[in-house]
Every structure is written in structure tokens, then in C-alpha cells.
Ligand binder design. Structure first.
Ligand code: ATP
Ligand code: MG
Length: 179
């Protein structure tokens, strides 16, 4: 019989996946056999807060994990359903079975706790700069951002011209933009 594996779930939007996320993943990986990453708001892309598609995020994260030698993981895109009361059941229906959930997001924490799951906090790594908001801000302002993300993430963003996309989105949404 296959040995039972201890599984942990980490959920985020990963817009984009950055070094803080990778540090969280490496610390969780020490405590479990199998890591499940839920790619949240999977239906969103091409906005300032959510510039990358679920597929692009999938590629970024798999490359970052591959470069770290992490191999026992599942990446599962999760679309929003806009009904928090049944969101946990929605997530559980999409991902492989898991023993605990790691999150620093207060709402995610509350919803999983209310549903009776073992919820754990992830250690926080240099949050001032390791945040999706800061990576997107730097991309838009033309400041160096590559140092905030794993190499495979930067490669993916360059490949899909994600930096140009974000700068375009900001231009198109600026008050001076015309239709
Ligand atoms: P955004 O600024 O776009 O919200 P984010 O950096 O918060 O991006 P998310 O995808 O929203 O990234 O977060 C996924 C999970 O990772 C959340 O639980 C979040 O609190 C956690 N997280 C994000 N950055 C760090 C960090 N530097 N250290 C530890 N946990 C982090
Ligand atoms: Mg966040």
C-alpha cells in the first residue's frame, strides 16, 4: 500500500509569485510530504491587481519549484465563486485531499477555521518588498523588479511580455486615456 502523505494547502493569487511566497513554500515543504498550491482568482487577468492569467501563473510557479528541486506538488487553479459561505467547499472540491492550510490572509484563515480545518500561519518574509503589490508597482514604474521574484518567474513575465502588459494597462486606465 502507498504510504500516507501529509499534505499542506497554500492559497494565493500569486500576481506574481515572488520570493516571499517561495520562502513560505520552502518552510512548509519541511513540514509536509506534498504541497498543494491553489491559484486563486484564476479567472482574472489583464488588470492592474491581477495582470497574469492562471496559465501564466501556473508556469511561473512550476518553473520556480523545478529550480528549487521541489517535485511533490500540485498546482490547482481556483476560480472565484463570490460566495464566501461556500468557498471552502468549492476549494476542497478542486484540490487533492489536504491536512492543513497555510495562510496569512485573515479572511482565508477565518473561512477555513469555521469549516473545521487545521489552519496555520506562514512565516512572514520581508513583507515590505516581497509583496505582489510592490512587484507590480516596480514593473509599472520601470524600476528593477526581477530581484523580488524567482528566476523562473522573471523569465515567464518577460516571455509573455507581462511588463509591457502592466504598463499598458496603467496607461489605458490613466485619467488622460481616451477610448
Ligand atoms: P498582493 O499584494 O497582490 O495581495 P501578496 O504578496 O499578498 O500579493 P498573495 O498572492 O495575495 O500575495 O498572497 C498569498 C499568500 O502569501 C497570503 O497568505 C499572503 O499573506 C502570503 N504572503 C505574501 N507575501 C508574503 C511574504 N513576504 N511572507 C510571507 N507570506 C506572504
Ligand atoms: Mg495579498
Amino acid at each position: 500500500m502507498r504510504k500516507r502523505e501529509v499534505s499542506a494547502l497554500l492559497i494565493g493569487r500569486f500576481q506574481p509569485f515572488h520570493n516571499g511566497h517561495l520562502e513560505v513554500v520552502k518552510s512548509i515543504a519541511k513540514e509536509c510530504d506534498r504541497l498543494i498550491v491553489g491559484i486563486g482568482s484564476a479567472q482574472l487577468s489583464h488588470t492592474f491587481e491581477n495582470p497574469f492569467t492562471a496559465g501564466e501563473r501556473h508556469l511561473m510557479i512550476s518553473r520556480a519549484f523545478h529550480d528549487e528541486g521541489l517535485d511533490n506538488f500540485f498546482l490547482v487553479p481556483i476560480m472565484d465563486i463570490n460566495r464566501y459561505s461556500i468557498w471552502v467547499a468549492h476549494v476542497a472540491s478542486l484540490v487533492p485531499p489536504f491536512d492543513s492550510v497555510y495562510t496569512n490572509n485573515p479572511l482565508t484563515r477565518r473561512l477555513f477555521l469555521e469549516a473545521g480545518y487545521d489552519v496555520r500561519s506562514a512565516p512572514v518574509f520581508n513583507r515590505e518588498v516581497y509583496s505582489g503589490t510592490e512587484v507590480r508597482r516596480r514593473i509599472v514604474q520601470g524600476e528593477p523588479w526581477e530581484e523580488l521574484v524567482p528566476r523562473g518567474v522573471a523569465e515567464t513575465i518577460h516571455e509573455v511580455k507581462g511588463d509591457e502588459r502592466l504598463q499598458d494597462i496603467m496607461r489605458d486606465h490613466s485619467p488622460e486615456a481616451t477610448i
